[in-house]
Design a protein around this ligand. Structure first.
Ligand code: NAP
Length: 287
């Protein structure tokens, strides 16, 4: 019987993980099927027993379950526990272990693909969901000078900021601020920023905010790097606005493949075939 890895989320139409993960298993000649499990929120509880099946190696977790899956797991890796969000599950010795590979995937793409070193920089982050948790934690631990997090739902960003402050050790001098999504406040924060990261789903294909941008060019400083975690489409409206403003840009595809490669290595103990994963991901998105 083939082994299985599940992609858990709702909805899943936007995801290209099944394509590049399956290509990686096939390339490594591993008898593993990567399956999309689209699970409605009311059925999330059933996931625990499904993931415990002996044929299951593990799972990727995506919108909207990166935080709500935590109570279904037996143990969390240290990093996932600190972040408070899981995007990778490994079934090991009958237990479900939760990991977060988004944080490492994000930092790796930032450094390797943009040559951007976050230490000492001023960062504005949009969003306070599962992806924002991982990115904010990665940046705070990388000793940015300031981290301003802006979200539509103020309460959610306040909770995230409090949780970050409690985890960033005293002596590690990072200013972490929660802001409401309000033009004046946001404008002031953006004025001085070196890095702007979009961790909302605005602009994502098949989402309610498809073909929208969280910001227009006039708000984007020309010296900043604008990093859009949205990877479908490859060329989001935010990236177009950023280029109009003269800023440097990075899209979400590289992080997607890096976080997926780290997950692959956790499930299989094998080195991920990055070139294959990138080729298939690019073909899927660029057609
Ligand atoms: P999530 O937990 O559902 O969070 C979504 C976030 O977007 C929340 O902060 C939400 O604000 C905000 N948002 C959604 N629609 C909005 C709108 N119309 N106006 C203002 N804010 C809005 O999702 P997630 O897992 O964090 O993922 C977020 C995005 O990152 C998705 O597009 C996902 O595909 C992408 N992502 C990419 C990678 C990668 O490797 N490139 C990895 C992870 C995620 P509220 O709190 O107010 O609802």
């Amino acid at each position: 019987m083939s082994q299985r890895v599940a992609l858990v989320g709702y909805p899943l139409r936007h995801s290209i993980s099944p394509l590049f993960q399956q290509a990686a298993f096939d390339y490594c000649q591993l008898d593993v099927r990567y399956e999309a499990w689209e699970i409605e929120p009311k059925h999330l509880e059933s996931l625990r027993s499904r993931l415990r099946h002996f044929s299951v190696l593990g799972a990727n977790v995506t919108i909207p379950y990166k935080e709500s899956i935590l109570p279904l797991l037996d143990r969390l890796d240290d990093l996932a526990g600190q972040i408070g969000a899981v995007n990778t599950v490994v079934r090991r010795d009958g237990e479900l272990l939760g990991y977060n590979t988004d944080a490492e995937g994000f930092l790796r793409s930032l450094r390797q693909d943009s040559g951007f070193e976050p230490e000492g920089k001023q960062v504005v982050l949009l969003g306070a969901g599962g992806a924002a948790r991982a990115v904010a934690f990665a940046l705070a631990k990388s000793r940015v000078k300031s981290l301003t997090i802006v979200n539509r739902t103020l309460e959610r960003v306040q909770i995230l900021v409090e949780s970050l402050k409690s985890k960033v050790r005293s002596g590690q001098d990072v200013r972490i601020i929660a802001l409401p999504w309000e033009e004046n406040e946001l404008g002031k924060a953006l004025f001085h920023c070196d890095l702007l990261v979009n961790c909302t789903s605005i602009g994502m294909k098949h989402s309610p905010a498809e073909k929208q941008s969280p910001l227009e060019a006039e708000f984007i400083p020309q010296d900043a790097l604008v990093y859009d975690l949205v990877y479908n489409p490859v060329e989001t409206l935010l990236l177009k606005e950023a280029r109009k403003a003269g800023a440097k840009t990075l899209g979400g595809l590289v992080m997607l493949v890096y976080q997926g490669a780290i997950s692959f290595e956790l499930w299989t103990g094998r080195k991920a075939p990055l070139d294959i994963m990138f080729r298939v991901a690019r073909e899927a998105l660029e057609g």
